[in-house]
Design a protein around this ligand. Structure first.
Ligand SMILES: [Ca+2]
Length: 186
């Protein structure tokens, strides 16, 4: 019987197959065709384009005001929330998710004008064991859009069920938009 190929040829073919497989996987992830690897957004309506749907709000103002000056513009879309003076508190809960599965957690914020504001921002991470962890002054907002990154603040031993964002500052108006908590794909 004729030999199919030398050991060296077989090795080359298998190496080529391995590379093709890697290339396919990479493209599938890039194009999002490999659905099982897609991350899931745990926050509903994080950009406030559906108003306050999904949120429990007390004191934040929903607005689409954008006159192109004075710092009043959304981070994306048209809508955002802003807080000022009175204690503003907004919260959303979702199915308990182990923090080890979360790959992104935070939100965008900026002062509508002036700044830096100093204290006033307080974020609470809510866990399935009914505990809350508070992060006061996690960031001193300025008049530039800034991502408040909470990923490293997640308690590694717990399951997250929600987030609450509060603002209280008598001198500065804070805008918040695009809240996002992503659960990594399987
Ligand atoms: Ca928005």
């Amino acid at each position: 019987m004729a030999s199919i190929g030398s050991v060296d040829q077989k090795r080359k073919v298998s190496e080529r197959l391995r590379r093709l497989e890697q290339e396919y996987q990479r493209e599938a992830v890039e194009t999002g065709t490999e659905e099982e690897n897609q991350a899931t957004e745990l926050i509903e309506n994080g950009g406030f384009e559906d108003g306050l749907t999904g949120w429990t709000n007390s004191g934040w103002n929903l607005s689409d005001y954008d006159d192109g000056s004075g710092g009043w513009e959304p981070h994306s879309g048209i809508w955002y929330i802003w807080g000022y003076s009175a204690l503003a508190s907004i919260e959303q809960t979702f199915a308990a998710t182990a923090t080890s599965l979360i790959e992104n957690c935070g939100f965008w914020c900026k002062l509508a004008s002036g700044g830096p504001a100093g204290s006033g921002l307080n974020v609470y991470l809510l866990y399935s064991d009914s505990s809350e962890e508070s992060f006061e002054d996690v960031l001193f907002p300025t008049d530039t859009w800034t991502w408040v990154d909470l990923l490293s603040s997640l308690n590694p031993a717990k399951s997250l069920i929600g987030i609450r964002i509060t603002w209280f500052n008598s001198y500065y108006m804070l805008i918040v938009d695009d809240v996002s908590i992503l659960r990594m794909g399987d």
